[in-house]
Design a protein around this ligand. Structure first.
Ligand SMILES: Nc1ncnc2c1ncn2[C@@H]1O[C@H](COP(=O)(O)OP(=O)(O)O)[C@@H](O)[C@H]1O
Ligand SMILES: [Mg+2]
Length: 166
């Protein structure tokens, strides 16, 4: 299978990057696609969740693995990204919710597709705009915006207004 690098990214935290990354990894694996997941977030949520799951239920076979990727060492990161580009399958990279971690541009510029979860509140929409602008300076990735964490009970009119505006 052809290589595809998909990043889950936004400057905003808590929009669902890690959740969507894990769900999509399972979706692809269940359909027989070769998939690997990379946790490039210093908080390592994806990696830690997986470790906790394994501790609780060691007998359960999981169809995809998570590897940690430290972005601090530029040379190492460049080398790893080069190798990930050769993987015959889909590489999902869970990115941090900021633009400040070191050398993130090396991940962004390798991406074929960027999955960008958003929610329809003014703060997230503004932050996403800032993120997309920065992303586009280094990356030609296709952008896929995923409305997520839509709260249907609270502040609904504001959400609908923001949604229409977005
Ligand atoms: N569609 C959803 N519905 C309800 N809760 C969600 C949804 N997507 C994410 N969450 C929850 O929101 C929180 C933040 O999600 P997470 O994936 O960790 O965001 P991020 O990686 O962008 O910081 C988590 O507690 C997660 O379980
Ligand atoms: Mg996360």
């Amino acid at each position: 299978m052809k290589n595809k690098i998909i990043i889950f990214s936004n400057i905003k935290g808590g929009v669902g990057k890690t959740t969507l990354c894990a769900l999509f990894a399972s979706y692809l694996a269940e359909r027989g696609y070769p998939v690997m997941a990379i946790d490039a977030d210093l908080q390592a949520s994806l990696y830690r969740h997986r470790k906790r799951e394994k501790d609780v239920a060691p007998e359960v076979q999981v169809p995809w693995n998570v590897d940690l990727l430290d972005t601090a060492n530029r040379e190492l990161l460049e080398r790893v990204m080069g190798k990930l580009k050769e993987v015959p399958g889909v590489v999902l990279i869970d990115c941090p919710g900021n633009l400040n971690d070191r050398n993130l541009e090396y991940i962004y510029k390798s991406a074929d597709t960027a999955i960008i979860p958003i929610s329809f509140d003014a703060d997230t929409v503004d932050a996403t705009g800032i993120f997309v602008k920065a992303l586009k300076t280094v990356s030609a990735a296709d952008l896929v915006f995923i409305p997520n964490r839509i709260n249907t009970s609270e502040k609904k009119s504001e959400e609908l207004r923001q949604r229409a505006q977005t």
